[in-house]
Design a protein around this ligand. Structure first.
Ligand code: NDP
Ligand code: HSE
Length: 443
């Protein structure tokens, strides 16, 4: 960018789309940190407009109402850098594409859009020769996208495993520490502003799956979309599952896992038992943490606030400074790297350990019948715990027949073999019910 004849560098015009939880904090930082940001970018950042849906909504005093507009389409064509904080697919995608086509750099926190249609944004940015940054789309404030996309790009990442949804981590933590049922903990998360009025995206794992898709794409230089990610939420988890996990030395976490296997890449999101000794077990409340295993770097762990206005705005501002510097000094951030194009495999190919809880008749020979089914399916049992539940005893004929609670832990087994084992075990007469089947990770 050319300096004016008096030596000053013209301001970069910044448009912010969305003035909600994150947008408000971005606007605040743009105002309060203006001098520092100008020094870091090499030019002042001039906020030229803030697009919203409704001009009448009450706003934080940090927001200059004269900058608000409902005409986002016009706003994006007048900016050097467009920051998209609306969320969802449309109109966010069309607005970003319009901004890029008119030569603006794009910064977004929109994981849903990137996971659904990232390649369209990448190729538009490539064609226009502009930056596309999205640090805030995964794990809020935690620098994670840049380390994977840039710092580790000389290494070979094998596995990414983490807690990337703060709402569900808060819910599971409350269930574990305060004995709450899931719906009570979700209600509490809503009251504290962690969960949305409609918490589906969080509790059903969609938010974490979008982040898993983004991380898998970056880590393995392969296009992985939301549809490629196996997804299970936490709605099936009960207070009983949580307390049983604790009795076996585990805690339940909603994990996002992306791994390189012999045949390709597998990305999955599901609740899992994590040993209490594992660092992820200690991630409390709404915090996020992500483990990365890379061939040369070894194990790395990233930890911090994965959500919230100010933490997320921190990541957005980092991207804004990077894009701004490129405008002033030249250069471009990384473009899409999908050269490896590894096959994206279903979860049936995943290898993991399991814990199966079941209620069985407590009489001679039951354990051997159950164990035989595991053996028939090639699933190796690592350990069995049995406790009797007198409260749930039933009478069979003349003799009392007690119900035993079994917890069977397996060695690593293929997903398909375990599923077949559970189906077969559930048909045995001596098995009253399968209480839960959970994967064990991080052991
Ligand atoms: P909010 O729902 O709080 O805010 C959305 C904003 O977008 C509102 O200001 C709304 O306007 C505006 N908006 C909605 N539709 C339109 C439209 N058609 N045209 C113009 N403006 C519109 O969302 P968040 O701030 O929570 O999230 C923003 C993005 O950041 C999302 O992609 C989200 O996934 C991501 N993110 C959020 C995090 C968080 O902790 N909240 C963490 C990490 C990422 P109005 O105010 O008038 O209703
Ligand atoms: N709803 C997300 C969470 C924050 O609870 O982590 C946005 O990514």
């Amino acid at each position: 960018m050319a300096a004016a004849t008096d030596g000053t560098v013209p301001a970069l015009r910044v448009a912010v789309l969305g003035c909600g939880v994150v947008g408000t904090e971005v606007v605040r930082l743009l105002t309060t940190q203006a001098d520092d940001l100008a020094a870091r970018v090499g030019a002042p950042l001039e906020l030229i407009g803030i697009a919203v849906r409704d001009l009448e909504v009450e706003r934080d005093p940090a927001v200059d109402r004269s900058l608000l507009t409902t005409d986002a389409e016009d706003l994006v064509t007048r900016a050097d850098i467009v920051v998209e904080l609306i969320g969802g697919i449309e109109p966010a995608r069309s607005l970003l594409l319009r901004a890029i086509a008119s030569g603006a750099a794009a910064v977004t926190a929109n994981k849903a859009l990137l996971a659904a249609d990232g390649p369209t944004l990448y190729s538009a940015a490539d064609a226009a020769g502009v930056d596309l940054y999205f640090e805030a789309a995964v794990a809020g404030a935690i620098p994670l996208v840049r380390p994977v996309r840039e710092s580790l790009t000389g290494d070979r990442i094998q596995r990414v495993l983490g807690i990337v949804n703060g709402t569900t981590n808060y819910v599971l933590d409350e269930m574990a520490t305060r004995g709450l049922e899931l719906d009570q903990a979700v209600k509490q998360a809503q009251e504290l502003g962690y969960a949305e009025a409609d918490p589906t995206a969080d509790v059903e794992g969609f938010d974490a799956a979008a982040k898993a898709a983004i991380l898998a794409s970056l880590a393995f230089h392969t296009r992985v979309s939301l549809a490629d990610v196996h997804r299970e939420g936490i709605t099936g988890i009960t207070a009983d599952d949580v307390s049983s996990a604790e009795r076996t030395g585990h805690v339940i976490k909603l994990l996002a896992i992306a791994e390189r296997t012999d045949g390709g890449v597998i990305a999955r999101v599901h609740p899992a038992l994590v040993p209490l000794s594992h660092p992820l077990a200690g991630v409390r409340g709404a915090f996020n943490a992500v483990f990365i295993e890379a061939e040369a770097a070894g194990e790395l762990m990233f930890y911090g606030r994965g959500a919230g206005g100010a933490p997320t705005a921190s990541a957005v501002l980092g991207d804004l400074v990077s894009a701004g510097r490129h405008r002033v000094h030249g250069g471009l951030g990384p473009s899409e790297s999908s050269y490896a194009a590894l096959p994206v495999l279903p979860i049936s190919g995943a290898l993991t350990r399991y814990q199966v809880r079941l209620d069985v008749a407590d009489r001679p020979g039951v354990l051997s019948q159950v164990a035989a089914v595991f053996a028939e399916h090639g699933v190796s049992i690592e350990g069995v715990r049995q406790t009797q539940d007198p409260a749930r005893s039933v009478r069979a004929g003349e003799h009392p027949e007690y119900v035993a609670w079994l917890i069977i832990s397996t060695h690593t087994a293929p997903e398909e073999a375990l599923a077949a084992t559970v189906r077969a075990v559930s048909t045995l007469d001596v098995v009253h019910r399968i209480t839960s089947v959970l994967r064990v990770e991080g052991a």
